[in-house]
Ligand binder design. Structure first.
Ligand code: GLY
Ligand code: MN
Ligand code: MN
Length: 361
């Protein structure tokens, strides 16, 4: 991450802390640590006050922290078990009286240990979603990373799709996709690739299995690549051969729900309103999707905002959110179509280029 980008994110966090009358934040969620500092290893803690920004790490990561998180003062612990006492010591040394912690990430046990190590006058305050709120709006650099992983996955799908044929197992298709992500420059898949054929398509998150593909199968393929910490997420539903009229009708209905709801993905429109539009479009279909219509995506595959009945977040230009309606009929199969969408001041921009051809011969 560029140093200015890290500085900008820390400044934005400090403004939020000041609004909440907090004088610091202990950051423990790995993706929030990466977002603020650039550090990509598996274990670190950040202690951020209104003046200081420190990264606490054990000896496995000292060199990596110096390289990846130059905007942070490195506070060293030899072994990893020395990190918790060090957190308490830094909170004391920095004179934090009202420090926040990330209540959605710190375990109860960690909180107890920390509280026990701190003087009674130091109050730890639960916060939720402070950094996650900042992460909803992607910077230009982040949009570029998301565009890149979506393109890698799209090119991989277009390369693998002609090889999909009767006789292959679902897991063979997943393997080919994941191998191709890496060949095209990804660090790996963003999540376990879903390949769900025939009746298995009714499982919204059916893992790729040993099921052998047959002529006439409709297959839900949900795939994404990851690189530089960022993830992509895209679903295509394809038919081995020509779709039957029923398959075609269900695919068209899902596509319509996606098109109608995507048209609302504009600044100022609330997330739940967009979700509702897709459900209304499929109204009357008893098997219409019950999961959310979509989710923000970035350092995590699923992050805020959520296109769901319980999220009223107004969309803003710079958000990247999936749109993924589906119909799942037990015993018959399923259809899901998923795009990653960049919200702009003008029309929503689809970032997922994979072929939308339904029929493969
Ligand atoms: N691939 C997981 C999802 O679509 O949310
Ligand atoms: Mn997906
Ligand atoms: Mn998704």
């Amino acid at each position: 991450m560029r140093a200015e980008e890290s500085a900008r994110r820390i400044a934005a966090l400090r403004r939020r802390l000041a609004d909440l009358e907090l004088d610091g934040l202990l950051v423990t969620a790995p993706e929030n640590i990466r977002y603020l500092s650039g550090f990509s290893g598996s274990l670190a803690y950040l202690v951020i006050s209104l003046q200081a920004a420190e990264i606490l790490g054990d000896s496995r990561y000292w060199l990596q922290m110096e390289a990846e998180a130059p905007g942070f003062a490195l506070v060293r612990s030899g072994p990893s078990h020395g990190l918790w006492p060090l957190v308490a010591e830094r909170v004391k040394r920095l004179g934090l009286q009202r420090a926040g912690f990330e209540s959605q990430h710190l375990t109860v046990e960690q909180h107890q240990r920390l509280t026990a190590a701190l003087p009674v006058e130091i109050r730890l305050t639960a916060t939720a979603g402070l950094v996650e709120g900042l992460r909803m709006l992607k910077s230009t650099d982040e949009v570029e990373l998301l565009r890149r992983v979506a393109q890698i996955a799209g090119r991989a799908f277009d390369r693998v799709q002609p090889a999909i044929r009767p006789g292959l197992r679902e897991r063979d298709v997943a393997f080919l996709l994941e191998q191709t992500f890496r060949e095209l420059g990804a660090d790996g898949p963003a999540f376990d690739t879903i390949v769900a054929a025939g009746e298995r398509g009714a499982l919204p998150h059916g893992r790729a299995s040993d099921r052998v593909l047959e002529r006439g199968d409709m297959i839900v393929v949900d795939f994404g690549a990851s690189a530089g910490g960022y993830h992509s997420d895209c679903t295509r539903t394809i038919v081995v051969g020509k779709p039957t009229p029923e398959q075609r009708q269900v695919i068209d209905a899902v596509r319509r729900a996606q098109t109608e709801s995507m048209a609302l993905m504009k600044p100022g429109v609330a997330a739940d309103v967009i979700d509702r539009r897709a459900r209304e479009s499929l109204d009357g279909d008893a098997y219409a999707f019950q999961h959310g219509l979509g989710h923000g995506i970035g350092l995590l595959v699923h992050e805020r905002p959520f296109l769901s009945p319980s999220d009223q977040t107004p969309l803003q230009a710079g958000m990247v959110i999936t749109n993924e309606p589906g119909i799942y009929r037990p015993g018959w199969g399923g259809v899901r179509l998923e795009e990653m969408v960049l919200v702009t001041e003008n029309e929503p921009e689809v970032l997922t280029p994979a072929s939308r051809e339904v029929s493969i011969e």
